[in-house]
Design a binder for this molecule. Structure first.
Ligand SMILES: [Zn+2]
Length: 192
């Protein structure tokens, strides 16, 4: 049961890891932007943005509030609420949603956070955006599949070279039981 759960988890990890890597490669050719628009008040509109571009995943939200009017009513007519997925070629995209400071090493690697608070004429804008590189999301999902792969490789080698399946110790002198870690190899179990 536990073994099956572990296998299922590592298969799921592998799928997620590969999926993120595909998105990562894609991000250098195309920009994927998922937006969600909500209207929290009569004079306010909020955008939620998830974007994959140039090796970075950007997550952000911005709220614009019009002071002293209910202009939000007309926004509702112009901007449909709900989710929206846009795709465009990277060369066609103005970089405003991709640009982050690149002063420190972390920022050059793609980790960044930006806050925006601005007062326009009759409106307030409040936003926050986070940037994380695709690799940092993909890497944790690679751990389980790599462990499985290494374990399978070790088992194969052990079978071929008469070594202990769990620690790799040479079993030629003690074929029934590993002298190093005490594991009883499968071949010995069959005989006993
Ligand atoms: Zn052993």
């Amino acid at each position: 049961m536990r073994r099956r759960l572990f296998m299922l988890l590592s298969a799921l990890s592998l799928v997620l890891c590969v999926g993120i890597c595909v998105l990562w490669v894609r991000s250098y050719f195309d920009v994927d932007v998922l937006t969600r628009t909500t209207f929290p008040g009569r004079a306010a509109m909020r955008w939620w943005v998830g974007c994959s571009a140039r090796g970075r995943i950007v997550l952000g939200t911005t709220q614009v509030t019009v002071v002293g009017s209910d202009f939000g009513e007309s926004w509702r007519a112009v901007y449909p609420s709900g989710f929206r997925l846009d795709r465009s070629a990277i060369k066609d995209v103005a970089n405003e949603s991709i640009q982050f400071p690149e002063n420190s090493l972390w920022q050059r690697m793609g980790f960044a956070m930006q806050r925006e608070h601005s007062k326009g004429i009759g409106n307030l804008s409040d936003g926050i955006a986070l940037s994380i590189p695709h690799w940092s999301v993909a890497a944790p999902f690679a751990i389980l599949p790599i462990r499985r792969f290494v374990a399978a490789l070790r088992r194969r080698r052990a079978k071929r070279f008469n070594r202990c399946p769990s620690c790799g110790y040479d079993l030629r002198a003690t074929p029934d039981r590993c002298a190093e870690c005490g594991t009883v190899p499968k071949s010995a179990q069959v005989i006993a």
